[in-house]
Design a binder for this molecule. Structure first.
Ligand code: NAI
Length: 410
């Protein structure tokens, strides 16, 4: 992760996070370990918890504690958000807005909306302590599309209590991490879980956003016939002109072999769709939360589950078999290792810069969702190219002039 390494070296010299408590709720993977070490080197007192019960790599968590003295509250199967809140952060770092969401529920005294362990802990705190918890936060950073959507909704409703930097909105994040990272690691997760032959199969991709188009590209590359479902006419048109077949989920259900949701929405694959599927259909999700496949509905009408392989549950519905991968949770993190380091290099360079930006600018930022300055985004791209050994042309003075003038002729 050469871009993050450069930042780590600067952070070690300048210590921009000195004396700050940072609570990060992220997938605890090897790449996240590099980020945590960078933040600590920058002077932060870091507490890390998992942002999804199945995404923690236990050896990484152990390594961070043992060799770097970083407080990690994560073990595969559990998230431990309570511990990250109890760290009383100055800055929170989220992947899915879990910490910010919990902090705001505490501030609004909506304790019933908190996960049970968090609620039980908050109930032991005096009211002043609860207020101090939220009041102490300078700002937050957010890694993913789903988190950004929630935070923008909070800002719109006027409830957001501090500024947030949407790391996902950086071009060097979503154009690469969501597209190429999710594209590859989702296929990797499906293959590791099932060992299916993709060539010649029909893969249904729900959602043609950054993640969906990345995965569609990789599934096609592996020889699948790819079918896309969308609700946005522009995205659907783009998918159609990119050469995929576009259909409704009701149509796709009848022909698909493998179904993958990457929408950030709820109930994208419902029981009515599952009933129409072929025997042996495989269902996976790579969107942030496990709400895209209606598993509760499936539980009510189907028999099962029978675990037939690690990460593969068989359900019997109307005499047919439906296979659900990784309980409908992020397949790329549950069954594989998440995105490769090379792409997380840019995402986490954005995270580190966003944390620095929050500490430096929090007082002047409005209680809204911001992005890091475009110059920093461009600088990450420049450093990444440099690390890849790629050089690009520079504008000549004449070209610079041509591009900024309206008087020069055609
Ligand atoms: P995006 O906003 O670019 O794309 C989502 C697409 O889904 C949109 O085009 C939208 O029109 C479409 N959509 C919404 N409801 C739909 C429905 N009912 N049927 C079909 N399409 C529908 O978002 P992006 O960046 O692609 O992220 C998608 C999800 O993946 C989010 O939950 C995000 O947080 C998550 N994510 C997961 C990663 C992973 O490691 N698996 C990495 C990055 C993001």
């Amino acid at each position: 992760m050469p871009v993050l390494r450069q930042l780590r070296e600067r952070f070690a010299r300048e210590r921009p996070l000195a004396g700050r408590r940072v609570s990060a709720c992220l997938h605890v993977t090897t790449e996240t370990a590099n980020l945590a070490v960078t933040l600590k080197g920058g002077g932060a007192d870091v507490a890390l918890c998992g942002s999804n019960p199945l995404s923690t790599q236990d050896d990484v968590a152990a390594h961070l504690v043992k060799d770097h003295g970083i407080k990690v509250f994560a073990i595969k199967g559990y998230e431990h958000i309570r511990a990250a809140l109890a760290h009383r952060p100055d800055v929170t770092m989220d992947d899915g807005a879990d910490l910010v969401g919990a902090l705001h529920m505490i501030a609004l005294n909506r304790l019933d909306d908190l996960a049970r362990p968090v609620r039980k802990w908050v109930e032991t705190l005096a009211v002043a302590d609860r207020k101090a918890l939220v009041g102490g936060v300078l700002g937050s950073t957010e890694e993913t599309t789903t988190g950004v959507i929630r935070l923008k909704a909070m800002a719109r409703d006027g409830v957001l209590q501090f500024p947030v930097v949407a790391v996902n909105d950086s071009d060097t994040k979503h154009l690469f991490d969501n597209r190429y990272g999710t594209g590859q690691s989702t296929l990797d997760g499906i293959l590791r879980a099932t060992n299916l032959l993709i060539a010649g199969s029909t893969v249904v991709v729900a959602g043609y956003g950054w993640c969906g188009r990345g995965f569609a590209m990789r599934a096609r590359g592996a020889g699948a016939n790819v079918l896309v479902t969308e609700i946005d006419p522009l995205k659907a048109l783009e998918a159609q002109m990119d050469g995929y077949r576009v259909a409704t989920m009701a149509e796709a259900a009848r022909v698909g072999d493998v179904f993958v949701t990457l929408t950030g929405n709820v109930d994208v694959i419902r029981v009515e769709h599952m009933r129409a599927m072929k025997d042996g259909a495989v269902l996976a999700n790579s969107g942030h939360f496990n709400v895209e496949i209606a598993l509760e509905g499936l539980k009510q009408v189907a028999q099962g589950p029978t675990r037939v392989r690690e990460f593969v549950d068989e359900w019997r519905l109307d005499g047919k078999r439906i296979f659900v991968l990784a309980d409908g949770r992020l397949i790329n993190l549950a069954a594989a290792e998440g995105h490769p380091a090379s792409v997380m290099d840019m995402s986490f360079a954005n995270q580190a810069l966003a944390a620095e930006f929050v500490v430096q600018q929090a007082k002047s930022l409005t209680k809204d969702v911001h992005r890091i300055p475009r110059e920093l985004d461009a600088e990450i791209a420049r450093l990444k190219l440099q690390a890849m050994g790629v050089t690009i042309d520079r504008l000549t003075p004449e070209q610079q002039k041509y591009l900024t003038s309206w008087e020069q002729g055609t």
